[in-house]
Design a protein around this ligand. Sequence first.
Ligand code: PLP
Length: 501
Amino acid sequence: MPLPTRSSVSEEIDRQQPTLDPATPEEWQELRALGHRMLDDAFDDMATLREQPAWRPLPEASAIALSGRIPLHGRSAAEVYNALVEHLVPYTIGNRHPRAWGWVRGTGTPLAMLADMLASGLNAHVAGGHQAPVVMEAACLRWLAELMGMPAESSGLLTTGATMANLIGLAVGRHAKADYDVRKQGLQGCVHPQLLIYGSTETHSWALKAIELMGLGRDAYRRIPVTDAHRIDVEQLELQIQRDRDAGHRPAVVIANCGTVNTGAIDDLPAIAALCRNHDLWFHVDGAFGALLRLTQEYAGLVRGIEQADSLAFDLHKWIYLPFEIGCVLVRDPSLHTATFVTQASYLEEAEGGIMAGGLPFADRGVELTRGFRALKLWMSLQVHGVHTYSRLIAGNMEQAAHLERLIQAAPRLELIAPRPTNVVCFRYRRPELDDPALNALNRRLVIELQESGRYIVSSTTLDSRYAVRVAITNHRSQMHDFAALAEDCVRFGDRLAANA
Ligand SMILES: Cc1ncc(COP(=O)(O)O)c(C=O)c1O
């Protein structure tokens, strides 16, 4: 028997090598057909959202079907997809629905879904390098800086969301204001004055995580009280800064809210900007959703002062309605941004030409090296819809919030429990004979029943010990009549709960 030649052995090894791509024209055809079906299904699903329940609880059988044992051997993609149609597609958190106003979640769009599909297919690694996606992200960042009124040469980064964007902004602030090489020396056994961060009691919980993660410790976080309008008390802020300086600490960063998560309140940004300038502090703005008001003619005045931020964080998966995950941080001083994160490694060296020409600017502006092509959905959506469409949608959501506010004021058994400066409406069902604890219990039940009815997605918060139904409108599918229906149902459901109480 002839001995196998080296080349026939290699061929045999190749033949036995599994592949993740279809292996034959027939297999490509099969996957292509499944892809077309998935796309058709996704469009059908999105086109009929209004007819579907806003939310359905996940049945136990579906949870079991999606868990199961680790699949050691594969099965057909069509079979797997069929299971997903049954057990996954109907059972997400529901934020695409026209009547979804819980927390602050965007709706997603069919166009951006296509962009995500293209981005995933290209599988571009967008840390930097000489490639089109880098040019497109840089363009997006320039456009966003312009829309926010920040200098064209500002630096920035598209992030997973506002939490990461805020963390990056705070890290640059810490680096800029530490007055020693905080990257080199860190904070362990620190002989330097304690670095302090200031925010209001209404600042989102990302801040605590970021401060802890940066090693500052939560004692370094000064939470300043708010006024009746839920805006930071600037006088108290200044007094606290002075007290801390007198005690030998080093005030470093003020976090200003441009749209608090609870009530949508906007801090006095011009006053905080001036205070930061006077006290040599870093002016960071969390504009997770509120920043986008700057795109409108009618409401841009509410966010005046945002353009003075040293760093500004906001989301595009909230009030630009893009699918998760996409947020943005802008930093006024590009050199400080890069100086906070840049590292050297021979295997990531910038080159005079080729792919590594230009280095890895995006890796040098944040925590992550590997980053996907999240810019594509933003770039494509702006190209197709144009900024003016977003301006109108955002202004429309503000008008819907004002409409809901009026409906609540007119309803006999509903009451607003916070001022409504922007797109967040906090209210409750009430009856004069019920005290606050009883009303809290009733309204807690009301939120659950609204969700379980499949008609609305609302969330909740507690303001001054009063439990509130909370409606945050960042939804491009909502219409005025949706809010009339909500107000009516709140009274109807509330009456029933009160009768059964
Ligand atoms: C004011 C504010 N800041 C930060 C965040 C966190 O944003 P993300 O969930 O995109 O990380 C939110 C989320 O709702 C928010 O409302």
